[in-house]
Design a protein around this ligand. Structure first.
Ligand code: FES
Length: 119
């Protein structure tokens, strides 16, 4: 990874299609915050692990972000459903809002977080 600020999250094969996500701590606005990556449609997406209804972590067990069908990300607290590829909430108390997306990159078999302030 050419970007010196890039933060290694995990090996790429640790994040499987519709499978468990990988949690990590993302440097965001000067502080470390819970975050995660998941894979959907072959692409890795990263989000802050913070529901838009109440700022709690989404996963009911560590890394369990998808609903039973593997179609949506689901908040374990009140069941808000988020689109995996955009983070938009399509059902639940925060419908119309969106998870905060984080820039991540998959390269050479690894997944990295690219902090927004990095060039
Ligand atoms: S806290 Fe996530 S849906 Fe209420």
């Amino acid at each position: 990874m050419a970007d010196p600020a890039a933060q290694l999250i995990c090996d790429a094969d640790a994040v499987t299609e519709k499978g468990k996500g990988v949690r990590f701590e993302a440097l965001y606005r000067g502080e470390y915050a819970p975050a995660f990556v998941i894979r959907h449609g072959g692409v890795v997406y990263g989000y802050l692990n913070r529901c838009r209804h109440v700022p709690v972590e989404l996963d009911w067990q560590a890394g369990q972000f998808f609903d039973a069908d593997g179609e949506y990300l689901i908040c374990s607290m009140h069941g808000a459903l988020y689109q995996p590829d955009s983070g938009h909430c399509v059902a639940g108390p925060c419908r119309g809002q969106a998870l905060l997306a984080l820039p991540v990159a998959e390269q050479d078999g690894r997944i990295y977080y690219l902090p927004p302030h990095a060039s």
